[in-house]
Write a protein that binds this ligand. Structure first.
Ligand code: HEM
Length: 410
């Protein structure tokens, strides 16, 4: 006969004996009241009055700890034998969901600001601070995988079957983050041909579908970049000046390979051919039609205007007026990168936990790994580096460009 050890009492229980959520709470509550009884008078732990006056805010009540700390109810306990690690497993998931919620709060506020017709510099500071907060939370989320990995695959097996068919695949908040950030349905990896929302409860599926159709942070950022006034300034044709500088730089690069006496003829030809191939990537920036074809094929996502603005901001980021937009673009790349790192870390964790078995939603390591490779809504911002020029080759900007008031209202 299988037996369970109650962590509340240390007593062994026969299988089938139900352990209630209240019983699970006992040790911690006991601990608090024992400490209070033994504490010397004057110590903050000394017994407090049973009732706290209603108008005095009490820490425990403010944080709704009654609800929060009694929300860990292991299935193994209900089924007759508490498995110690299941409480840990639930706590780790709940912690993630709390952080997901905070990310959504920050994302929503950033999107509200970015949805305005003009975004003043003061507001850009708020946007940056909130994007950076999201990024710090994400770093914690990646590191937290290490905490989860203290659960060994063998111990996971003791309760894994009880979780079926629930899966992180059904994390509604995670889907909302993905959609609000800008992941498109068409770019998602299908699990056995099914839509990612197929296993969600009706109200959750509706919420996720609504977030799919609403403008995303990607859409707002693209619109914000595309209306940047410097791209249409009479006094400075950015693309023409940039093209000239890039052509001069490339001519110097080509001449350097051609004149390298240390290379034999065949190596020189191979290097020159590779050089010319890499230059072709530049052409799309100069030619809107080529760019739009790339967008149609799905290799790029930003509009031509938005991308050239992002390039301009990156090239001239030291101009005080462009510094804040530059930091915002950097924060977006950081968020995309951390989300990818989370996906990779989660995929590796799932691999070591399950091996080649599928997860509770029917997919496994290969699927998770594929999502890490493909899901980068802001990949165009990563690609900006292809087109950077060294400081020495940058065309100088006319000072009149930065006198224009509307630059402060990007
Ligand atoms: C023992 C721990 C875990 C294992 C073995 C595991 C395994 C898996 C597997 C195999 C999938 C693919 C779908 C499926 O077949 O179920 C998945 C999806 C997912 N899991 Fe986990 N997971 C674990 C912990 C977590 C935690 C702590 C979170 C945080 C909330 C999480 C969030 C997710 C999310 C959001 C997805 C959907 C990913 C996507 O579709 O791109 N998982 N998990």
């Amino acid at each position: 006969m299988s037996q369970g050890v109650s962590h509340a009492t240390g007593e062994t229980r026969a299988a089938g004996e139900t352990l209630t959520a209240e019983a699970l709470m006992v040790p911690y509550v006991d601990l608090v009241s024992d400490a209070a009884e033994q504490a010397p008078a004057g110590c903050p732990m000394a017994a407090a009055p049973d009732e706290v006056a209603e108008d005095i805010l009490y820490y425990w009540d403010y944080l709704h700890l009654d609800a929060l700390l009694s929300a860990q109810t292991p299935k193994s306990a209900e089924r007759g034998g508490l498995v110690h690690d299941e409480i840990f497993f639930i706590t780790v998931h709940q912690t993630y969901e709390l952080w997901f919620k905070q990310i959504l709060v920050e994302l929503d506020s950033v999107m509200t600001i970015m949805s305005e017709e003009t975004v003043a510099e003061r507001e850009l500071r708020t946007v940056l601070a909130r994007l950076q907060r999201i990024n710090e939370i994400q770093r914690l989320m990646v590191a937290q995988m290490g905490v989860l990995e203290t659960l060994t695959p063998l111990d996971f097996l003791d309760f894994r079957a009880l979780l079926l068919p629930a899966s992180g695949f059904q994390s509604v908040q995670f889907r909302l983050i993905e959609n609000k950030f800008g992941l498109l349905e068409r770019d998602r990896v299908k699990v056995e041909g099914h839509n990612y929302a197929a296993t969600l409860r009706g109200d959750h599926a509706a919420l996720v579908s609504m977030s799919e159709r609403a403008p995303s942070l990607f859409d707002y950022v693209e619109r914000w970049l595309a209306r940047a006034p410097f791209l249409h300034a009479d006094e400075f044709d950015f693309i023409a000046r940039y093209r000239q500088a890039a052509t001069e730089m490339h001519a110097a690069g080509r001449a350097k390979i051609a004149g390298n006496q240390n290379l034999d003829a065949q190596t020189r030809d191979t290097q020159l051919a590779a050089f010319e191939r890499s230059l072709r990537k530049f052409e799309a920036v100069f030619d809107r039609e080529t760019w739009e074809e790339d967008v149609r094929e799905g290799t790029r996502r930003f509009s031509h205007e938005a991308f050239t603005a992002a390039l301009f901001i990156n090239l001239y980021r030291d101009e005080p007026m462009l510094h804040m937009p530059f930091l915002i673009l950097t924060a977006l790349v950081d968020i995309d990168e951390q989300l990818t790192l989370w996906r990779e870390r989660h995929a590796l964790m799932a691999h070591r936990m399950l091996g080649r078995l599928t997860g509770t939603a029917g997919s496994g390591y290969a699927y998770l790994d594929e999502t890490a490779k493909r899901y980068t809504p802001f990949k165009d911002l990563f690609d900006v580096s292809t087109y950077l020029l060294p400081h020495s080759a940058l065309p100088p900007l006319p000072s009149a460009l930065f006198d224009r008031r509307e630059l402060a209202l990007l």
